[in-house]
Design a protein around this ligand. Sequence first.
Ligand code: VG1
Ligand code: CO
Length: 588
Amino acid sequence: FTVETTPTKPIEGQKPGTSGIRKKTKVFMEGTYLANFVQSVFNTLQEENVPVQGGTLVVSGDGRFWNPEAIQIIIKMAFAAGVARVWCGTNGLLSTPATSAVIRMRGGKGYEPFGGFICSASHNPGGIDDDFGIKYNCENGGPAPEKLTNKMLEWTAKITELKSCSKLPDFDLSKPELYELPGGKFVEIFDCVSDHLAVLKNCFDFEGIKKLIAHPQFSMTYDSMCGVQGPYALRVFEKELGAPPGTCKNATPLPDFGGPSSAWHGHADPNLTYAVELVKEMGLNKEGNKVETGKAIPCFGAAADGDADRNMICGAQFFVSPSDSLAMIVANADLIPQFKSGLKGCARSMPTSAALDLVAKKKNIPCFEVPTGWKFFGNLMDSGTSYFPGKETYTPFICGEESFGTGADHVREKDGMWAVMAWLQILAKKTEAAGKLVSVEDVANAHWKEYGRNYYARYDYEGVDKAKAEEMFAAMEAQVGQLVGKEFQGGLKIKINDMFEYVDPVDGSISKKQGLRFIFEDNSRIIFRLSGTGVAGATVRLYLEKYEPPTGDLTQHQFEVVKPLAAIALELSKLSSYTGRDAPTVIT
Ligand code: VG1
Ligand code: CO
């Protein structure tokens, strides 16, 4: 087969954001939009001496609209770039954490992949009128770091030609198969679940969790929200762990994640606002308040987003905030076999609550604070760690974000399934030790009694005018430092007011302007950031946190507790006058 070269011109705005590039699907479908970006990635890799020639590349996605077409385009471009083997999950499906597992672990046959493309806009809605996206992950299985994504952006601005083996026929991705092409090239389609499952089996005691699931008083529900998690959930929960049929809801991946007619309007984003079916089944409403359902409420409930790297954890009529979930998993890490040699460190994104820091301090392990986005955890996890069972270099590490992302160094992505298994493992061990069923709420209450509670909420102002939002941030930035010492209602006094900047402790790279912080003397925090995953206008994120010590009132409503802070935040930012908004679009 031959390589066709066609001229092209740079397309503006192909800047990778917090996690890959995301645009309206129709933008991706137009002309050579996708091809321009993919070629820019290959050009970057070649410049960086990544062994693309003769190498192995993973190409899959979360099953959203236009995934199959995009995958065929990428395969043909990959061969033109010199790739020898392309690996795809069945039906072109691989969850984001599974892609990471495949890149890291499937290479045992002498074909270590140099990286992978994930066709996904993650928690953004999918469909012809919604969002599409693409992320590139490196040979460690993690998202490309900023120094690489910056080079990709440079290439998108100077690209002149595209290379593709466009005469090749499309490949049938529907079942496991090895296609051999002339010139020693291969396309291999393999079961999308097994590699990730094998990794999870190294992390957890499946037999112990099985016993919990079989406990006569235990019941659970899991909502894949029509994202890519469906096949993984069915296999892990219903097949491996013996949960009854029907435990997994919305477990067939759909190109529009259920679309406008679904209860979550095709927005497969597991939180109190969008995970409508789960929230209802767990006897809650979108404020996290208890609601009577007239039905038996499961003991445990969880959900995943479109590409299954996010998780939401609930007990019966009980919501666990993601920052708390992270801290609670770390606090109980000794119950998880993965950490049997001891947890060596942990990390959180800057806006994530400091609940984790309290646990790390008590356990005497290092706790890192990185900018928002999983790519910043990679270097920390790679420094002195490698997860290949049987090798001593394994140095376990747990990371998480307030945005429903939790994971560890078994892969280099946040992992929705891992977080759920971690909770089930903790409940299983505690139940075994107590001789009676221990609930999610029991674990949370015990945690708060020991460490105190970091009441937390995030307000999102979606689709605001970008120029206005930038003006608002510029005004706050201009004032940085001047507000220290200023006192607000309730005696709250500003201790630190800065723009968060991160120096990577491993490679020294610097990331500036990662969010405005107002930290008060009692360690309450107000943080402002602009989202880097949206496709229309700008999204302002406002993060609010107030700490209550173990001796204080631990039973209040998290959204109520932070309201006075929200009032101060609006005063500090003049958000209403800049954006014209008097209420957030989503509170999580
Ligand atoms: C958001 C979250 C961030 C997360 C990112 C990708 O980014 O805040 O914590 O890592 O989404 O998640 P931003 O820039 O919009 O705040 V996913 O599941 O969409 O890959
Ligand atoms: Co995601």
